[in-house]
Design a protein around this ligand. Structure first.
Ligand code: OTU
Length: 652
């Protein structure tokens, strides 16, 4: 049965080229389609092969791919070629990204195009602009409820502005990253409107049920993403007397990917965004893409098949683009989105390192490195040609998901630890200078996630209020420490806009009815040009943080051990406050990264230095000074860090 597939596939491919003469005459397309055809065919059949009309849909997919390729601008096709030749361009260590809201940073896309020097100043060469496609006014989950994938939110500009931004970035050798919100649409999307007006074909674009029987069965297993503001997973649609699946908010209708029409339309949308010049697409809420009764509806095998199929489509019609998995789940589950076995590097080439992010915040709160050391040593390694996307903060809350076994190994009770973290980051814990807020607090279980900017969580807000300079210095050091770690590790570091100048929480969200119910807006600050200009005035918080981050970025770029796509290995250490990482890079180069999470000076034991091959110290690549261990080992100041190499000539 199985070996007949290549024969059948070849016949379909031949038929396609006979039908589409223009495709057969396009050498690049012939190569791209032929080399990926078997994958496309197999994946599509896996998902839709049980339908009697599956091959009709498959033919339509092929036409869609050729249509997208035909529309792909020549400049982007050139980049495709360069990137395919270069291989894994997104994972070679050269990308350092910043994530920002266009409206809150520059007002419009056009204005943003005038601000690109700022990014070069800092040293970042990739911009992740938050969702900017058309959404309804009012409730739109910060752009994650799209009502028209073919248009930009009018206040921000037009599709032409998006194309221009991409072109301006490319001219500077920069990269554009954009969200691809594919799990759900807004309930005012045309498909949803037609479903609501009774068209069965569009009702089939969503999960719709005539009564509560199936929804009740689903609800038994599906977790709630926003239990406080959007309990349950279904919403009653009065006009048609049906229940629509809405795992996120009630206005975000989950798309039904069991319907091949949905897949084909969404693939066309993905390729259209790629043709606008988007280089990397962030697959929003990727674990949720496939639903099945009796499961949690997360990380199902078909969700992976779907991403593979999207990836195969991109290889055919926009081979220069890459995907990021936004999967805030268990580390092993996240890593599966890199692809496994023959699918390695053929699902999402990048994935958010949510595990590292929460471990960094644990280390800062506890002052101890044990959990992050353990977590990092158990973190799955990205397969060849893939990389982690490392971040300290993003636009979402911090979900306190820790490995319970690892917690117990420290003698920590998981529930007590969670309670400590919540009280620490909301500033309730004695001695804590953090100022965050509970997100989605459930008093009956004690469960909560954390909102707040990195600066406020690191203590900068409280320090500024107190006017105590020594407190402020410590808080800034804490803020920098976490960034020094994401910038020292292999992968793509992403700095969340505002963090590079230490923006504290913005509480004005509570005054706006559109944002008041969602405290994640406190860490989505407006950042004006005047705010950014303060980085030039010596002694301001903005200057103190911006200059240190830009130094770190320059040091990373200039240091062979840190600049490439090497690996980091945890160095075991007797000091419970110190995290040690040995980073290997280009041509066997090595760097030792050390971090002190304690509020006091700590010594890095000589045993660690010896085991890592740094007994005699080395060169501090950020400060360009020698590092010399003393009698008790190497001294690190409170919340201090060092990146050092054996390279005497200097890392920069
Ligand atoms: C994402 O986050 C976005 O980052 C959020 O801003 C959106 O609200 C949401 O999707 C809906 O589009 O639950 O708390 O495993 O954790 O997709 C944030 C992935 C979220 C989910 C994630 C989701």
């Amino acid at each position: 049965m199985h070996h007949s597939i290549p024969r059948l596939a070849s016949a379909v491919l031949r038929r396609f080229f006979i039908r589409q003469e223009a495709a057969a005459a396009d050498v690049d397309f012939v190569v791209q389609l032929s080399t990926n055809f078997f994958d496309l065919y197999q994946l599509f059949r896996e998902l839709y092969g049980s339908r009697i009309d599956w091959n009709v849909h498959f033919d339509r997919l092929l036409d869609t791919l050729f249509g997208a390729w035909s529309a792909r601008p020549a400049t982007l096709r050139r980049t495709d070629k360069e990137r395919v030749d270069r291989g894994a361009w997104y994972a070679d260590g050269s990308l350092i990204a910043m994530q920002l809201y266009v409206d809150r940073f520059a007002g419009t896309l056009e204005n943003l195009r005038g601000e690109l020097d700022y990014f070069s100043d800092l040293g970042v060469n990739a911009l992740h602009v938050m969702p900017l496609l058309k959404t309804p006014d009012g409730d739109n989950d910060g752009g994650y409820a799209v009502s028209d994938y073919g248009a930009v939110q009018p206040e921000l500009g037009t599709m032409a502005d998006l194309t221009d931004l991409a072109a301006a970035l490319h001219e500077r050798d920069m990269v554009l990253i954009l969200d691809y919100v594919l799990n759900h649409t807004s309930d005012s999307h045309e498909w949803a409107r037609r479903a609501r007006s009774g068209e069965p074909a569009y009702q089939d674009y969503y999960y719709m049920y005539p009564d509560r029987s199936v929804p009740d069965l689903f609800d038994e297993y599906l977790p709630e993403v926003f239990p406080e503001t959007a309990p349950g997973n279904f919403t009653y649609v009065r006009e048609i007397d049906r229940w629509a699946m809405t795992v996120f908010h009630d206005y975000q209708w989950d798309l039904n990917y069991a319907n091949p029409n949905v897949f084909i339309e969404m693939a066309a949308i993905l390729l259209e965004l790629a043709n606008r010049g988007v280089d990397i697409l962030r697959f929003d809420a990727v674990p949720y893409l496939w639903k099945q009764l009796g499961t949690t509806g997360q990380n199902l095998p078909c969700a992976h098949t779907l991403v593979r199929l999207f990836n195969a489509c991109a290889r055919v019609a926009a081979p220069g683009i890459a995907f990021v998995a936004e999967a805030i789940v268990q580390p092993v589950e996240i890593a599966r989105y890199f692809g496994e076995g023959r699918w390695e590097a053929r699902e999402c080439e990048l994935a958010y390192n949510a595990s590292l992010m929460v471990l960094l915040w644990d280390a800062l709160a506890t002052g101890r490195s044990a959990l992050v050391s353990l977590g990092l040593s158990h973190l799955p390694r990205p397969p060849a040609d893939t990389a982690w996307l490392n971040y300290v903060r993003c636009h979402d809350d911090i979900g306190l998901g820790y490995d319970e076994t690892h917690l117990r190994m420290q003698g920590w009770d998981p529930a007590a630890h969670r309670d400590f973290m919540i009280r620490y980051y909301t500033g309730e814990f004695p001695g804590s200078t953090a100022r965050g807020a509970k997100f989605m607090y459930n008093p009956s279980t004690g469960d909560a996630r954390i909102s707040g900017t990195a600066a406020s969580l690191a203590g900068i807000e409280v320090a500024l209020e107190s006017g105590d300079e020594s407190l402020l210095t410590l808080a800034i050091d804490r803020h920098i420490l976490l960034h020094a770690l994401i910038l020292g590790l292999d992968g793509v570091p992403v700095i969340y806009a505002g963090d590079e100048i230490g923006r504290i929480n913005d509480y004005t969200y509570a005054d706006d009815p559109a944002t008041a119910a969602d405290n994640r807006w406190m860490h989505r600050p407006h950042i004006s040009r005047a705010d950014r200009a303060r980085r030039a005035r010596v002694g301001t918080v903005e200057q103190r943080i911006f200059s240190r981050l830009s130094d770190l970025i320059a040091a990373r770029r200039g240091c062979p051990a840190l600049a490439g796509n090497g690996r980091a290995e945890v160095a075991s250490c007797d000091n419970p406050h110190i995290l040690g990482l040995v980073r290997t890079g280009r041509r066997g180069s090595r760097a030792l990264i050390l971090a002190n999470f304690d509020s006091h000076e700590q010594f890095v034991p000589a045993t660690l230095l010896a085991a890592a091959g740094f007994s005699g110290g080395g060169l501090d690549v950020v400060r360009a000074t020698p590092v010399v261990p003393g009698r008790y080992g190497l001294s690190l100041p409170p919340y201090g860090y060092v990146w050092m190499t054996l390279d005497r000539a200097g890392g920069r």
